[in-house]
Design a protein around this ligand. Structure first.
Ligand SMILES: *Cc1c(COP(=O)(O)O)cnc(C)c1O
Length: 442
């Protein structure tokens, strides 16, 4: 069997690791089958335990914008490791990465580094609550902000009812302070502010929703959020953990020309090592300890290896004047090509692209929110996913995830992918696996 080593590796993992994985989406629950275990990556390609090669459109869920094991990144990490892996004291590398980020994202006047996107969003809302002295946050159905309790809330029956925890272990008390409204509906946000006067500390949004598939904002929507926050004295928090340095050089805030009060980052800023960050207005960030009263800390925050990987990656991004243009052209080639293939096979589809991010829904109607995303055909996607995997193309193992292209991908890679999609669909339409799963956090 072609995946026999991955299958036995998964059996081994399941005996000692909860569910066999350290993040749920890796287990392939949404597409069925057994996850592939990888042993190496180089450029746009991954190699599994059976020495099969795959063209990678997951890229560690976004961080690897310059591909796997880029020589400059490897060199930076190795040389940092030689100088010592952690000091628990400040290093100049932290200021260097901060300067690069602040230079590319001007709304960030002060920043703080943490070790994951989850920590970034969790810390940002504590800060927003401390700064505004208000208890509640608004989030959008289908947006993912990591796995901290206040974000693991799904909408109740009505958009304005108090949230209901979407995971056991999240208390009703926590859920009450999270107001969930539909994405891309400015009126729903206005109603949330009216229903909770002077109680909303922040509106937290993925400016391009990337965790229910890829759902771009409607034109003007992000500016409407900005105006609503200004009207009601709440902070606007853009969670750019995924979109930061992905949709454009300055992130989604540059594309939309909207200045959030706080921004959270992750993924690409660590170049494949564990880094997150939050930052924004200097007066708000001044509320953080040690200058201010809001506590936030981390033993390994600003870790020298992670800073080195981030600096090397973002320098490659910053200093390559045509990078975003090239990534955009490649990604567009992919989405245009996929549309042509889907049309040829008579399959209802919606594709989306933002910079080097792309998404496909097997759905007949345009998707603007979670309700629309959930209408997508998950059975067809599961069949398509496995047929692509058989042809050496590694897509995210769920339709409700975003795909990524790196600077290591080539036109030939995209053409190979489109040919594989054509053959895969011919096959996928005749078979049909399992499962109808809601978006699953990684
Ligand atoms: C990935 C992601 C997170 C969480 O980051 P982790 O590093 O997985 O904790 C938060 N917000 C968004 C928008 C993300 O895409």
């Amino acid at each position: 069997m072609k995946n026999e080593r991955s299958i036995s590796a998964f059996t081994r993992a399941r005996a000692v690791i909860a569910g066999g994985v350290n993040s749920p989406v890796r287990a392939f629950k949404a597409v069925g089958g057994s996850p592939i275990f990888f042993k190496s990556g180089s450029g746009a390609y991954l190699r599994d335990l059976n020495d099969r090669e795959y063209l990678d459109f997951v890229l560690s869920w976004g961080p690897l914008i310059v591909g796997h094991a880029h020589p400059a990144v490897v060199k930076a990490i190795a040389s940092a490791a030689q100088r010592g892996s952690s000091f628990g004291a400040p290093t100049e590398a932290e200021s260097e990465l901060a300067e690069i980020i602040v230079g590319m994202m001007p709304s960030i006047e002060r920043i703080r580094f943490v070790s994951s996107g989850t920590e970034a969003t969790m810390s940002a809302i504590r800060l927003a609550r401390g700064f505004t002295r208000r208890p509640k946050i608004v989030k959008f159905a289908g947006c993912y902000h990591g796995h901290a309790d206040p974000f693991l809330i799904a909408a109740g029956s009505g958009a304005l009812t108090a949230g209901v925890p979407s995971s056991p272990g999240v208390t009703e008390g926590t859920a009450r302070d999270t107001v969930v409204v539909p994405f891309n509906d400015a009126d729903a946000v206005a109603r949330a502010f009216d229903a909770h006067p002077d109680a909303i500390a922040a509106v937290v949004v993925e400016p391009y929703a990337g965790n229910m598939g890829l759902v771009p904002p409607r034109p003007g929507y992000l500016a409407q959020l900005r105006a609503a926050c200004d009207r009601h004295g709440a902070l606007l928090v853009f969670d750019e953990a995924m979109t930061g340095f992905r949709v454009a050089r300055g992130g989604a805030q540059a594309l939309a020309d909207v200045r959030p009060d706080l921004t959270t980052l992750g993924k690409a800023i660590g170049g494949g090592l564990p880094v997150g960050a939050f930052g924004g207005r200097a007066d708000v960030m001044a509320y953080l300890a040690p200058d201010g009263p809001v506590y936030q800390a981390g033993t390994l925050s600003g870790n020298p290896l992670a800073m080195a990987a981030g600096i090397a990656t973002l320098k490659l991004v910053r200093d390559d004047a045509t990078l975003y243009e090239r990534l955009g052209v490649l990604t567009q080639l992919l989405t245009d090509g996929l549309e042509a293939v889907f049309e040829k096979h008579g399959i209802a589809h919606q594709t989306a692209r933002a910079g080097s991010m792309f998404g496909v829904f097997f759905a007949p109607e345009p998707v603007h929110d979670l309700t629309g995303a959930m209408r997508a055909d998950t059975k067809l996607f599961a069949a398509f996913f496995h047929a692509m995997l058989d042809r050496g193309i590694y897509l995210a193992p769920s339709q409700f995830e975003t795909g990524f292209v790196s600077s290591a991908h080539t036109t030939a890679d995209i053409e190979r992918t489109l040919a594989a999609a054509d053959a895969a669909l011919a096959e996928a339409r005749t078979v049909g696996p399992q499962s109808n799963q809601p978006p699953s956090p990684r």
